[in-house]
Design a protein. Structure first.
Length: 376
């Protein structure tokens, strides 16, 4: 059974009249890799700093293992933090950097040396103890910061934008290493990031914040496939959002009529909402298919009535991304205007990028299960 280790109870943090964190209640379970995700200024780092003890809640409580730690100083909390800038001491060698916290805690030299060696092996830096930070790569310095935090054996490790200073290739490598490390040590990791890909790749659960408010807490898969609001849908990955009216709502199917599209959006399930009310349909670019124009009939995907979920448009832009290509296709709206829809298509062969051309008229279609329906 999953055991909660950290609980935020109605936590608010104000700086003057500004609520950087606004009435947040949240539970993190033991052994989780948990991500706090959101745009700059959303309150995620303030929440992390309150957990670390660098800020004090204006209202509410923070508990670790059921104990209120709101007034416990940072060095007495069972947490340790890895900062965005690593904060590795340049005048110390790697071993002394890692041992610093143990020296402060007056751990004996023999025990200290043993734990430093264990921590360096854990982050794949065995044999690097005598080197200075300027003799290491960015990824290696990040590992030193991780070893220094882990050597004190905290219950919770806090990571503040841990990979943002690394280049793209190294960031991808360190993601894998962080996941492996977390599984190996088995302690709770809480990471702050504004990088959606990073959060989805690393975390077992994510909390999305905006303007100090917690918007949704879910697994990466549920955040992406089942967002609870337009903000979450738009923040996590790319999405096409269509405002409309719920014209039909039956247990087995629903229909959304949007002024942005010349056809109705058909869904193979009912919607929890008032018929005739305003809704938004969110369709991810990779869930829309591109088809060549072959005759008058629209391609039949087999799960939607004729005249729904298929429209013609003109390719206006293409971005080649290696493994996939993203197209912007302009469709004619009922009022005579133009609306651009993003479509992502995997490049399954080396010639796929030549299949569709700028200015070409194409069919766009999607399955009846593809749209997510949002009420707010």
């Amino acid at each position: 059974m999953t055991k909660p280790i950290i609980t935020f109870e109605n936590v608010t943090k104000r700086f003057g009249k500004l609520a950087a964190v606004d009435d947040v209640s949240l539970t993190v379970n033991e052994g989780e890799f948990f991500a706090l995700l959101g745009p700059s200024g959303c309150g995620k780092t303030t929440l992390l700093r309150m957990l670390a003890g660098f800020e004090t809640p204006t209202e509410g409580r923070i508990l670790i293992d059921g104990q209120d730690i709101s007034n416990v100083p940072p060095n007495k909390r069972p947490v340790n933090m890895v900062f965005q800038s690593y904060a590795v001491f340049p005048h110390m060698n790697v071993a002394d950097n890692v041992a610093y916290g143990l020296v402060v805690d007056k751990v004996g030299k023999a025990e200290r040396d043993r734990r430093v060696e264990e921590a360096l092996e854990l982050v794949q830096l065995g044999g690097y103890g005598g080197r200075k930070p300027d003799q290491l790569s960015g990824g290696q310095r990040q590992r030193v910061a991780l070893a220094r935090a882990l050597v004190k054996r905290p219950r919770v490790l806090l990571l503040d934008e841990p990979l943002s200073a690394l280049d793209a290739k190294l960031r991808e490598q360190m993601r894998t290493e962080l996941c492996t490390l977390q599984e190996k040590v088995g302690i709770t990791f809480i990471m702050v990031t504004h990088d959606q890909d990073e959060a989805l790749a690393l975390a077992t659960r994510c909390a999305v914040m905006n303007k100090g408010v917690l918007r949704q807490v879910a697994s990466p898969n549920d955040l992406y496939e089942f967002p609870n609001s337009r903000f979450v849908a738009d923040f996590i990955g790319q999405v096409n959002l269509f405002e409309g009216v719920l014209a039909v709502d039956e247990p087995s199917h629903a229909v959304i009529r949007s002024p942005d599209l010349p056809v109705d959006i058909f869904l193979d399930h009912g919607v929890t909402g008032a018929r005739g009310g305003a809704v938004w349909a969110a369709i991810r670019p990779e869930k829309i298919e591109l088809h060549k124009i072959e005759g008058e009939a629209a391609p039949n995907l087999g799960d939607a009535p004729t005249g729904t979920n298929a429209i013609q448009g003109v390719i206006k832009h293409e971005a080649y991304l290696g493994g996939s290509s993203t197209y912007e296709v302009e469709v004619l709206t009922p009022n005579g205007g133009g609306r651009r829809i993003k479509v992502q298509r995997s490049n399954l062969t080396r010639w796929d990028q030549e299949d569709f051309k700028l200015g070409e008229t194409v069919w766009l279609c999607w399955h009846a299960c593809s749209p997510a329906v949002l009420l707010s």
